[in-house]
Design a protein around this ligand. Structure first.
Ligand code: FES
Length: 97
């Protein structure tokens, strides 16, 4: 659906659900998620519907995902770092996670 308009200046690899994907250092993790074939970030904990980043400015909370073991991270506000591990969030965040 989405693609970059330029070649990344500082390309790195991150993992999304264990799959290596190309990203650019400093771009929002949500932007990387939106470039994937299945561009969703979390499942609605009530209806189990797929949700995807929407506002890209920290307002809607549709972009929540697990980043480096921490759940409910707003991926639109989280810049890509080398070696980052992202998991699509399934269900509610557990206490202490
Ligand atoms: S996309 Fe709306 S809060 Fe992240």
């Amino acid at each position: 659906m989405f693609r970059k308009l330029h070649e990344p200046e500082s390309a790195v690899t991150i993992l999304i659900d264990g799959v290596e994907v190309a990203a650019e250092i400093g771009e929002p993790v949500a932007a990387v998620i939106l470039r994937q074939e299945e561009p969703w970030s979390r499942l609605n904990p009530v209806t189990n519907e797929r949700r995807a980043p929407y506002c890209m400015m920290g307002v809607c909370f549709e972009c929540l995902a697990e980043v480096d073991g921490k759940a409910s991270i707003q991926t639109c506000l989280k810049p890509v770092c080398p070696g980052m591990r992202v998991s699509r969030q399934r269900g509610k965040r557990s206490i202490g996670a």
